[in-house]
Design a protein around this ligand. Structure first.
Ligand code: PA5
Length: 471
């Protein structure tokens, strides 16, 4: 992969097709292209503002970061059997998305001779069964844990960390901790930083300005990727290319800006759900990552003037072709409240021909000789056609292939799309008061010092619950 060659880069450019969201295709449920023209000045201002603030925002500059510390850390743990990420939300979803997109679909099951790097696990839940299984299953002697938390306080991550730490200490002794735990956190603040400094454990810095859901291309997502052999320089080169495209002030030629405008114009027409539906098993967790990015960034009560606006469209993750047999019925015939975003793939890694058999049974034999590639591509187009015929707006991101360069590009295009949409909505794209409210209520319920008032408020609210409605 010659990811710095401009000709190759141009071949790997992700294209956006919005025809099926226009009224010329889906009649009154689609948008008038003039609406995009009307939004263009505001979108251009948003693009220029992001470029102006790129060093304050941090994430647009991630493609240019120095990754030598990540490579050095990865080299130290390549020999172990298991690499486990402990994190949640933005400190886990990107890791999962990168791993499933770029490594073998059965990566952890490959023999060591074919894997050449540790198995990867991501523990992103306070579910006791999951945490118990982690302790029961993996041999601590051959496992390294990467605890990732920007704030260094998140309850789920800290609980898993304390559990792992205790297990390591009991099985291998206190001296072994420093060679089994790596912390990724804010360079100066938070409890995880304090713990790392006190213990003298290896640490990676997370750029302080970069919020969790925009952090996949930082040390958060890069270490586990590098450990499993992913070319993180190609990932970042793709992101740099994505930024180049998505910062084009000629916004009607800028796919991130156009996608943001189409999403908002559709939301204005009542299409307040955004289905993200890649037609590639490898991209199923990119849909998950996108759901967090879109939901946490754009779901806001107040705008920047402090006026209540209650904005945001609800992301739904779907997977083609799997969810054609699950969700597409609703998308084609249910309420007119969705914009479907397809991700189509031109070139899969493999070309697999379906064998011929049962030539007397036409309903089976027609498949013989076709490829799975042609099948899944036909299914994606067929779903588009079915939605068009039913007057359901949809757009398609065409990925030439799935590789580190195009994945980095896709991440950046979606991050820019989200930031431009947030600017058009005049909201703070980068805060998450709703998430913080949940964290505070958890602290209160667990009796953490300093949260007694909130505990009392919750107890008072519970008094209003009526027992006859617990049935
Ligand atoms: O995007 C966000 O800001 C959140 O989803 C955080 O990533 C998540 O709450 C975890 O936070 P932290 O990394 O501070 O533990």
């Amino acid at each position: 992969m010659d990811y710095l060659n401009p000709t190759w880069q141009a071949q790997m450019r992700i294209r956006l097709d919005i025809n099926n969201a226009l009224n010329s295709v889906v009649d009154q449920h689609g948008i008038d292209p003039n609406q995009l023209g009307a939004m263009a000045d505001a979108a251009r201002a948003a693009v220029l503002d992001i470029e102006h603030k790129r060093s304050i925002l941090g994430w647009p500059d991630l493609p240019q970061q120095d990754v030598s510390a990540v490579h050095a850390m990865a080299a130290k743990v390549k020999h172990v059997e298991n690499f486990v990420v402990l994190g949640i939300g933005g400190s886990a979803l990107g890791n999962i998305a990168v791993q499933s997109a770029l490594n073998h679909p059965f990566y952890n099951d490959l023999p060591r001779s074919k894997r050449l790097a540790p198995k990867l696990y991501v523990i992103d839940n306070s579910d006791p069964d999951l945490n118990a299984a982690l302790i029961e299953t993996l041999d601590p002697a051959t496992t390294v844990y990467n605890v990732i938390s920007k704030s260094g306080t998140t309850a789920e991550t800290m609980a898993s960390f304390l559990t792992v730490r205790n297990h390591l200490e009991q099985t291998l002794g206190a001296d072994a901790l420093k060679s089994h735990i790596i912390l990724t956190t804010d360079p100066t603040s938070g409890f995880l930083r304090q713990i790392g400094q006190r213990e003298g454990w290896p640490m990676l810095d997370l750029p302080p300005t970069v919020g969790g859901r925009f952090s996949v291309l930082s040390t958060v997502g890069l270490l586990s990727a590098a450990v499993t052999g992913i070319d993180i320089r190609a990932l970042l080169a793709g992101a740099a290319y994505g930024y180049q495209i998505a910062s084009n002030p000629d916004v009607l030629r800028n796919p991130a800006a156009v996608a943001a405008m189409v999403n908002l114009a559709c939301a204005h027409k009542g299409q307040n759900m955004v289905v993200m539906m890649p037609y590639a098993h490898r991209l199923r967790h990119v849909a998950d990552w996108f759901a967090q990015l879109w939901a946490e960034s754009l779901g806001k009560r107040y705008d920047l003037n402090g006026t209540e606006v209650f904005v945001g469209t609800t992301p739904i993750k779907a997977l083609g072709a799997t969810d054609q047999h699950s969700q597409v019925q609703l998308y084609a015939e249910g309420p007119f409240d969705k914009l479907v975003n397809f991700i189509a793939v031109d070139q899969y890694q493999h070309t697999v021909t379906i064998p011929s058999a049962y030539t007397d049974l036409e309903g089976v034999s027609y498949l013989g000789g076709h490829t799975f590639n042609a099948l899944i591509q036909a299914e994606q187009q067929a779903t588009e056609i079915a939605l068009n015929d039913a007057g359901r707006p949809n757009i398609t991101h065409h990925m030439p292939a799935i590789n580190a360069f195009t994945l980095g590009q896709l991440f950046m295009l979606f991050e820019m799309q989200t930031a431009i949409a947030g600017a058009l909505l005049n909201i703070n794209t980068f805060d998450q008061p709703g998430v913080e409210a949940g964290k505070i209520a958890t602290y209160a319920l667990l009796g953490r010092n300093g949260f007694a008032e909130r505990r009392d408020q919750i107890a008072a609210a519970r008094q209003r619950r009526l027992s006859q409605w617990e049935i």
